[in-house]
Design a protein around this ligand. Structure first.
Ligand code: URA
Length: 208
């Protein structure tokens, strides 16, 4: 699993131990401006791990992943795909919110390659402890981190990759993509496609 991380191996024996360690993470500078570490959440026995990019404004304040607008899109699509969010473990590639201050607002800023590589240490720990049957990469940051930089969301969505040392990885869009679509019809089409992507989880689990 070296692709997603370098550095010493984690020593935590449980997710709660790993989470406690992550609370004090200073591996990169993102902790300086973020409110808190937003660690993954969900069942330790989850067969499915959903991986986003990084916490957004709402998640940073609440301390929970995918509880803001993108989380609402994700939750609705999961319901439509017949998947219970509670049966999954939900996490992010990067555990601190990176943003640019704009007056009173905090605008999302993409994590860079170094931040992603350093932070993937935690994701690796989560995956090694949970040992899910399938990991879902929500968007390019997660897909590139888990599968490699050759992955392209438009070309590869709904594909399941088998990266060395990792569980199979299903690639799909990031739910915030749907929020950015202005045209209502196009947003509906993309939502249906997203639901189709997520339904692959059930298909995969039914045969593995
Ligand atoms: N976007 C993400 O990638 N993760 C979150 O937790 C929220 C928004």
């Amino acid at each position: 699993m070296d692709k997603i991380l370098e550095g010493e191996r984690f020593t935590a024996n449980s997710l709660s131990e790993l989470r406690s360690e992550a609370e004090h993470c200073k591996r990169c500078d993102l902790y300086k401006n973020a409110t808190q570490t937003v660690f993954g959440e969900g069942s330790r026995d989850a067969e499915t791990v959903l991986v986003g990019e990084q916490p957004g404004d709402k998640e940073d304040l609440a301390g929970h992943p995918f509880v803001g607008p993108a989380g609402i899109v994700l939750d609705k699509a999961l319901v439509e795909a017949g998947i219970e969010r509670d049966s999954c473990y939900v996490t992010n590639t990067v555990k601190h919110f990176k943003f640019e201050p704009r007056g009173k607002r905090r605008l999302h800023s993409k994590p860079n390659a170094g931040e992603i590589r350093i932070c993937s240490w935690w994701l690796r720990g989560e995956l090694e402890l949970i040992k899910p049957k399938i990991v879902v990469a929500l968007g390019a940051t997660a897909a590139n981190c888990l599968v490699g930089n050759a992955v392209r969301i438009t070309k590869d969505r709904r594909r399941i990759f088998h990266p060395d040392g990792l569980p199979p990885v299903l690639v799909t869009i990031h739910p915030s993509y749907i929020l950015r679509i202005r045209d209502r019809d196009k947003a509906d089409i993309e939502t249906r496609e997203f639901v189709r992507d997520l339904a692959e989880i059930r298909r995969f689990l039914s045969i593995h």
